[in-house]
Design a protein around this ligand. Sequence first.
Ligand code: 6PG
Length: 480
Amino acid sequence: MHPTAHVGVTGLAVMGRNLARNLARHGYTVAVHNRTPARMRALVTDFGHEGTFIAAESPVEMVAALQRPRRLIVMVQAGQATDDVIAEYAPLLDPGDVVVDGGNAHFADTRRREAALRERGIHFLGTGISGGEEGALDGPSIMPGGSPQAYQLLAPVLNDIAAVMPDGARAVAHLGPDGAGHFVKMVHNGIEYADMQLIAEAYHLLRHAAGWSPARIAEVFRRWNAGRLNSYLIEVTAEVLAHYDADSGLPFVDVIADAAEQKGTGRWTVQTALDLGIPVSGIAEAVFARSLSGHTALRATGAALPGPAPTLLGERDAARFTDQVEQALYASKVISYAQGLHQIQAASETYGWNIDLATVAAVWRAGCIIRAAFLDRVRDAYTTDPALPSLLADPGFAGEVGAAQLPWRLAVSHAARDGVPAPAFAAALAYYDSLRSPRLPAALTQAQRDYFGAHTYRRTDRPGTFHTRWDTDRTELKSN
Ligand code: 6PG
């Protein structure tokens, strides 16, 4: 067979199928393959009119259909399934071909796979793709990592299918070598968890402290979406809260079991942050809140514990409280982005990725789940100063968060007083206050460590490492 396909997609579950359709709609001839051929045939039957597909019944047929250098996009589950597909295809490919992993892979796996394929002269592009099934079809945000040569082979294709930003640019950029793209996608998801948790806390406070109905809270979110919180997730929230269950007639949010699930990218973000020593407390609280929600038996045990009765607010107070919650939500959101970007910065240094945070913020502006108007300003902050130590070091964001601090504190204390859990709001505020504090109680922690374990400490008044003999009160200089 004369190879005519510009690109191949293997793995045709929802994301793979829609990505293949997106490619075909942009004029690419797409060879498609799926382990269960029925899925591949259904794609060609149902959507064949959208472009040119080549049905590949096997990896051998897929490889034979692809023009050289071959471009193969793998859209299967992260983990073993991805390794299996790569193991199947690698012997069939030639040096110079490129394999793209478009799944939510762990960046360490991507590093391993990239190195293994490089030995055979095959390029590997670990590529985060965000936007859900709709994004895959109409334009996702794309976060590729790999060698510049690998990226060059895919750049025109990815550029064509990526989301279009308000300024006309495409939501795709080469983020760095090997695992850089999947790392950025992982943190994107960690931030996604934090965004969702913060929104959930805002909703919960308005529901249980202000005593408002979901429909009324939907209006609040709609209003917020017209301001600085403008984002896809706020928009989705307003739609969900305004929705009623057709069967029961109840607010939809009330008929859903309150036990959140996760596929694991948020957990990876926190695990990786722990390894890097980067405090991502807002993201961590979001992950923990999901897991706590799922501990049904534990929660049943806790249901008998005492707590305050919420003091429902009158109309005037409720309006003021809504403003406080908006400020708390915005400030906490800035904190979770600051934490996630700090984590990317640290990983970039550790792995020598040289990731440009302005570019990261830029590709998150369209197509992805965390797309938000304020990301324009995040990009601008890092364009002005690529070495910004924190988003909170940017005068614009520092000013905004500083201006929000009082209402933010009031929202958090209101939550504590009324017994409404707001762990991510509180963690974000504690992070902010920790950054601000000229002295932290870590001095006491160090003294304790030295007391019980001779772990030594440094002093504020002279250089060196010291240990105090607590029985004789003698201080010894251990090293300079
Ligand atoms: C995206 C999403 C997508 C998915 C995540 C979250 O960027 O398009 O992040 O990757 O929704 O897997 O799923 P969980 O909430 O199940 O972890």
